[in-house]
Design a binder for this molecule. Structure first.
Ligand code: SF4
Length: 421
């Protein structure tokens, strides 16, 4: 029998909003500097094996150590990234609304580790409830005179690439929220030319728990190569879509069971969001849900987004809609996004909607001119998604090429595309 490895850590306070009193009752007080100085924080996070939960899964301890080293003379800046560029992701917003004090603890500890006196908590604009929650949490901490770093909440435009880390630095330096290609990178010289630590808000909340409870406690959940828990968003054809906290390494089948099970036979699951990859349902069911496990299966964990597609839906049409969205969302600063992504989206749409045999050849010919040629990874992610659709839906590609579009086109789309503003 499979084991449902779920662990409630980030979600331990339960309910809606955990105020400061409820937060401290559940997790204990913020470790003071005497008990957790910079060296202790970095050593603990490294020993815990915490990796970023925003998509890249970079080792958090290594990032802290690098920024701390670069900041010896100038001091550093911390950016907590709470923007969810992925339209299907809900986990960071959920954590910000329910457990903001865990994130704010993490910001303070990270700032202590890298020597920062200033931190920015970035969220997408237009979320009044989130802004009010953060204002409430910050005033509770001020009233309790917690030894916090100074945190400013910053609203970021609602575009896919606006929350890329160099976009946030660009915005905080007074520019538009667009990615920057040229060195120095933020960890070298970022906001106001200071070494800048950019971490996802869930990563910072995980950091707060690891420093409180120690590396061995942190590693008690998850697997040796993917320690700890992670928040994931499960949506599509499942009975109970939502945000779940899982021990890393559970199987895809257990993840779907946690979300109430499939509501109808599944054809595939999109793992990792719109920069992720499709997996046939049987492959997904057997795959371990962790960065390594999904990478080995040719997919990605990304920001922990899993979208279940019914067997009777058209995966090519779903992907074509997302490819068009990603082409529209690019900053259109570089050739691959200006010319390549729209052409790829056109080719996939033609295959999905009209059929005919030219789509796959066009995509194969264009892809090398797009991958690795942008200032950021936006075009690479889009191409990975498109190519995974051609591979995983190979039967559909044949059908569309030879006989025209399938019946799946008639179904209501599963993958969410934000309305244009
Ligand atoms: S690769 Fe695309 S999204 Fe990235 S900076 Fe260039 S134009 Fe913008």
């Amino acid at each position: 029998m499979s084991v449902m490895n779920t662990t409630q850590r980030l979600t331990a306070t339960g309910g809606d909003y955990a105020d400061l009193a409820a937060h401290v009752r559940c997790h204990g007080p913020l470790p003071v500097a005497g008990a957790a100085d910079a060296a202790h924080i970095i050593d603990t996070v490294e020993a815990a094996g915490l990796t970023g939960r925003g998509g890249a899964a970079f080792p958090t301890g290594r990032k802290l150590r690098t920024v701390a080293g670069n900041a010896r003379r100038s001091g550093a800046v911390v950016i907590a990234n709470g923007c969810e560029g992925e339209p299907a992701s809900a986990k960071d917003r959920s954590l910000l609304l329910k457990a903001p004090h865990l994130i704010l603890d993490g910001i303070t500890l990270a700032a202590r580790a890298v020597g920062a006196e200033r931190a920015y908590l970035c969220v997408h604009e237009g979320q009044d409830d989130l802004r009010n929650t953060l204002r409430r949490a910050l005033s509770e901490r001020e009233a309790a005179a917690l030894p916090d770093v100074d945190v400013a909440v910053v609203e970021v435009p609602n575009r896919y690439v606006a929350s890329e880390e160099s976009s946030l630095v660009h915005l905080l330096n007074g520019g538009p929220a667009l990615p920057l290609s040229t060195p120095p990178r933020p960890f070298e010289r970022g906001v106001r030319s200071r070494p800048t630590l950019v971490d996802n808000v869930e990563t910072l909340a995980q950091l707060a728990l690891a420093v409180r409870h120690g590396a061995a406690w942190f590693r008690a959940a998850g697997t040796p190569d993917a320690p700890g828990t992670a928040l994931v968003t499960v949506a599509g054809a499942v009975a109970a879509p939502g945000v779940y906290e899982i021990g890393l390494g559970i199987s895809g089948a257990d993840l779907l069971a946690l979300a109430g099970g499939a509501t109808e036979p599944l054809g595939a699951v999109l793992a990792g969001g719109y920069f992720g990859a499709w997996m046939r349902a049987d492959r997904f069911a057997a795959a371990p849900i962790s960065p390594h496990g999904l990478h080995a299966a040719g997919a990605a964990m990304g920001a922990g987004i899993f979208l279940a597609l019914p067997a009777t839906s058209c995966g090519l049409a779903e992907t074509a809609r997302v490819a068009r969205y990603l082409a529209d969302q690019s900053a259109k600063q570089c050739g691959p996004c200006l010319n390549g992504l729209p052409a790829l989206a056109d080719a996939l749409a033609a295959l999905a909607v009209r059929g005919g045999g030219r789509g796959p050849g066009t995509i194969a010919a264009l892809s090398p001119y797009v991958v690795g040629r942008g200032a950021c990874h936006h075009p690479d992610g889009a191409v990975r998604l498109i190519n995974s659709a051609l591979t995983e839906f190979a039967d559909d590609v044949r059908t569309h090429s030879q006989s025209g579009p399938c019946q799946g086109l008639r179904r209501t789309p599963i993958l969410p595309i934000p309305a244009k503003v």
